[in-house]
Each structure stands twice: as structure tokens, then as C-alpha cells.
Design a protein around this ligand. Structure first.
Ligand SMILES: *[C@@H]1O[C@H](CO)[C@@H](O)[C@H](O)[C@H]1NC(C)=O
Ligand SMILES: *[C@@H]1O[C@H](CO)[C@@H](O)[C@H](O)[C@H]1NC(C)=O
Ligand SMILES: *[C@@H]1O[C@H](CO)[C@@H](O)[C@H](O)[C@H]1NC(C)=O
Length: 452
């Protein structure tokens, strides 16, 4: 090769590299057959007290028919350094799969795609809350994200990108929702993270509808672009952050046993209503006795029979622990909150920096089809807490899915896709539908605060 050709090849290689690595930080790395890649979300611009709660459609994600082995995420600054929860509180992030009609442009951030519903189909998890509840994500955590394992043990994996599952004329894509609250210089950091309406000076929701005066706080008061109260004289310094997410996966093969994702919510009304209406948030009242544990429970009947391979709870500050019990009272998984003790990112005092997880020995923790499970969620009630959550994720390998019957796997997975297909597009309506639904309820019987 001549010198000129070499230079040209080099230039082309650099150009190619630049194109391929647009947002993501590194290329695919391979270890023991497990591929791994680090990605960055679009830029999140914040200033003291500001809230960013955006939906990033069509994010970068591994391509092809694969099994996800882990999905880890954290907030970083422009230099890639982890950002402390004491500066930017990560209320939650969720990643959800959807199918988009080919040739349709991806929606921008928070755009309302209500009138284009058939162009976007939710390809959500396996249950148990109804789709209006907005809990159809595959992955999602909050402040605990840095110290919570998301690893799916061998020989299991979360199957995605199976071309046979994508409806004709559609493509599989992923949407990322990041809800981050900048608490630098605010008058009441915990109040801001609990989204107390008075601190946000919010009396109307995102859509301009008045909130019930009894609604003290929660997601309706800290929507995108709201502002929490800062101390006098705090300078408004802007800064740019990113959500860094790392995905590990293996190429799909018949030796992988697929697992389904189930999310339980302690506000699920199934035991009283027969439907899985999950309102996600609830309040914990200050205890007037000496017992400072607030315990809340909900029941849900499980739709399949299978083996639990992983479990974890999601709680907010004040949370102690949570457990999922079988109908016979056995503990399916118990998950405890880990609090930070210092100032560094990953160890912030007063914040939940991790949740313990469960990895039962393969085949040792079974759930029967139709078994009524009980979710228990404990919060400290030494102080009152507003807008907290009690969720529980489990991964289940269905008993009837054996290695030699791949045909059956596809048939089974067609049912939920058809179901989601006729339903609405989940994440964008996460707020919209829940708001509408609650408003409906509100007008019927006033805001429902289920007494704890
Ligand atoms: C609170 O909001 C009202 C309008 O909704 C506005 O008039 C008032 O100035 C706001 N107060 C603060 C402190 O921002
Ligand atoms: C919740 O609190 C109750 C009462 O203190 C206790 O019996 C139960 O074991 C706790 N559950 C979890 C999961 O921590
Ligand atoms: C929930 O399930 C448990 C165990 O099956 C049962 O003892 C309890 O009564 C149920 N609670 C409600 C409210 O149905």
C-alpha cells in the first residue's frame, strides 16, 4: 500500500469509528461469550431545583435476536463521573420495549402520540398490573441503581429482538424515561425528592388540570420542567448530565431458557376489585404509636407456573424491606434497602443506594399457576412520607417451556403481543392515562388515599 492509500484507509477507519460511536462510549466488548456495551442517553440539562422527566424514544440498544444478561444504569456528568444523589436525585429510570410502524418518525421526548396509537405498540413485560397502570417496562430502578444487581444467571436470559415476534410492518425499539431532580441549593432536599407539591408551587398537573387540594405530593407535582424551591441567593448554574446504561447480552441460542418479567405493586387493588389497578405511589403516615414500621400488603394471583430465578424490590427513602410470599406463606424473595453512609456517589447518606436481590437455586423456588401471592412492603413511619413506591420485580422461567419445544415458546409469546397490540402505547401515557383515570375516580368518589 502506498503512503497515500494508507492515510486514506486510516482516515476512513477513523470516520467509521466516529459514526459508529456517536453516543455510546465504547464498542462491544466480549467476555466468555457475553457481549457488553456502554451507551449514553441524550443530554439532560439541569439547574438547581430543576426536574427533568423525559421520554427518549428509539434509544441505542443491542441489535439482533439476543438474550439480555444485565442492564445497569447511573447518572454521570459530561466528564463521565458518577453524580451524587445529593446533587441529582434519580427518582427513576425505566426502559421499555415497543414496536414502531416502519416509515414512521420516532416521537420527540414528551410528544403526545395519542392519535397515532396504532403506529406504536407496547411490547411490555408479562404483568401483572393492567396497562393503564404504566408499569410495562422491562428494566427500571431509582436511587438504588448503583448497588443493585440486575444480572440474569445462566442458563437464563431475557429474550428480545426475536424477528418472529415483531408484527409485520413494525420494528422493535426501546424508549428510556429518566426522571431526575436537581437538589443543589434547594430548601428541603428530601421534600423535593418526595415531590411535595408546596415546594414545587404546583396546583395543576402537567395538562393544566387542577389537582385535588388533598394531593400532597407525587409524580403529578414534579413533572418535566417543574422547579423545586431553592434557597435565596442560589446561583442558577446549568449543567449537562447523561444517563449511562450498560447492557450485557449473549446471542440467542436454544440452550438459553427464556425468563418472563413480572412486576407487582403493593397498591394493586386486585384482591378487592378483581382487576390489577396499580396506582404506583402511596403515602406513609407518621406513626402515633411506638411502632415505627408501616406495613402494606397486596395480593395477586400468578398467571403461569414456573421457577423464580431472580427477585428484587423497589422502595423509596424511608423504605426498610419488602417480601413476596407464596400462598402457603413461604418467602419467595425478601429484598432489603441498603442506605448510604457518606457523601460519595454510590454511598450517599440518607438515600437508598442499593437493594438486596434473590437468586434461588435453579428449580428450587416454584410458583404454581393461579397461586395467590402476597407482596409486603415496609416503610419507617417515624416521619411521614409522600409519593413512595412498593414494587417487586421477579424473573420467572415458565415450567412448560422446555428446551425441545421452541415452537411452543413462540405461540405463547404471541398472546401477550396481540394483547399489547390492541392496547395503547404505554410510556407516553404513563402520566396521561393515569391522570385521566385518577381524575375519573376523583370525580366519582374523591381522591383515593388508601389508608395505611
Ligand atoms: C407560584 O405560582 C403562582 C401561579 O401559579 C405565581 O403567581 C407565584 O409567583 C408562584 N410563586 C413562586 C414563589 O414561584
Ligand atoms: C415487615 O414488618 C413486619 C412487622 O414489623 C415484620 O413482621 C415483617 O417481617 C417485615 N417484612 C419485611 C419484608 O421486612
Ligand atoms: C391475601 O392472601 C393471603 C394468603 O393467601 C390471605 O391470607 C389473605 O387473606 C389475602 N388478603 C386479602 C385482602 O384478600
Amino acid at each position: 500500500m502506498s503512503r497515500g492509500t494508507q492515510d486514506l484507509v486510516f482516515l476512513l477507519a477513523i470516520a467509521l469509528l466516529a459514526i459508529c460511536s456517536q453516543n455510546s462510549q465504547a464498542h462491544v466488548t466480549l467476555e466468555n461469550g457475553v457481549k457488553s456495551k456502554v451507551y449514553l442517553s441524550p443530554k439532560i440539562t439541569q439547574h438547581p431545583g430543576s426536574v427533568s422527566n423525559k421520554f427518549y424514544y428509539d434509544i441505542e440498544f443491542p441489535k439482533g435476536h439476543i438474550a439480555i444478561k444485565s442492564f445497569n444504569a447511573e447518572v454521570v456528568d459530561e466528564e463521565g463521573n458518577p453524580v451524587s444523589l445529593q446533587e441529582t436525585y434519580l427518582h427513576h429510570w425505566v426502559a421499555e420495549r415497543y414496536y414502531q410502524r416502519k416509515g414512521i418518525k420516532s416521537p420527540k421526548y414528551n410528544s403526545n402520540i395519542g392519535s397515532h396509537q396504532s403506529d406504536f405498540l407496547v411490547a411490555g413485560n408479562a404483568g401483572v398490573c393492567n396497562i393503564e397502570s404504566g408499569l410495562s417496562q422491562f428494566f427500571g430502578l431509582g436511587s438504588e441503581t448503583r448497588k443493585t444487581s440486575t444480572h440474569v444467571p445462566d442458563p437464563y436470559g431475557i429474550e428480545v429482538g426475536n424477528p418472529l415476534e415483531v408484527p409485520a410492518g413494525y420494528e422493535e425499539k426501546w424508549v428510556l424515561n429518566v426522571h431526575a431532580i436537581d437538589t443543589r441549593g434547594v430548601v428541603d432536599p428530601i421534600g423535593c425528592t418526595e415531590c411535595r407539591c408546596n415546594l414545587y408551587n404546583v396546583t395543576k398537573d402537567e395538562y393544566g388540570q387542577p389537582l385535588d387540594p388533598n394531593y400532597l405530593g407525587g409524580l403529578y407535582c414534579c413533572y418535566d420542567e417543574t422547579q423545586c424551591k431553592v434557597k435565596n441567593g442560589v446561583e442558577s448554574v446549568k449543567r449537562n448530565l447523561y444517563m449511562k446504561y450498560t447492557v450485557e447480552w449473549v446471542d440467542w441460542s436454544d440452550s438459553i431458557i427464556p425468563v418472563k418479567i413480572y412486576i407487582f405493586d403493593v397498591t394493586d387493588t386486585w384482591q378487592n376489585t378483581g382487576i390489577h389497578d396499580c396506582s404506583i405511589e402511596f403515602d406513609v403516615e407518621h406513626s402515633i404509636t411506638n411502632d415505627y414500621t408501616n406495613t402494606r400488603r397486596s395480593n395477586a394471583s400468578f398467571p403461569i407456573s414456573g421457577d423464580v430465578v431472580y427477585g428484587v424490590a423497589h422502595l423509596h427513602s424511608g423504605g426498610i424491606g419488602s417480601a413476596l410470599y407464596g400462598e402457603d406463606g413461604r418467602v419467595i424473595c425478601s429484598s432489603r434497602a441498603i442506605y448510604g453512609e457518606g457523601n460519595e456517589a454510590g454511598d450517599e447518606a440518607g438515600y437508598i443506594v442499593g437493594m438486596t436481590t434473590c437468586y434461588p437455586n435453579p428449580g428450587s423456588m416454584k410458583i404454581a399457576k393461579g397461586e395467590v401471592l402476597t407482596l409486603e412492603s415496609n416503610y419507617s413511619s417515624q416521619k411521614n412520607h409522600i409519593g413512595v413506591m412498593g414494587l417487586f420485580y421477579i424473573l420467572v422461567a415458565e415450567s412448560s417451556t422446555t428446551l425441545d419445544s421452541p415452537v411452543q415458546i413462540h405461540q405463547e409469546s404471541k398472546v401477550p403481543i396481540f394483547f399489547w397490540g390492541v392496547a395503547m402505547f404505554g410510556l407516553a401515557i404513563f402520566a396521561a392515562v393515569v391522570v385521566a383515570y385518577r381524575r375519573q375516580r376523583q370525580s366519582k368518589d374523591g381522591y383515593q388515599f388508601i389508608a395505611t
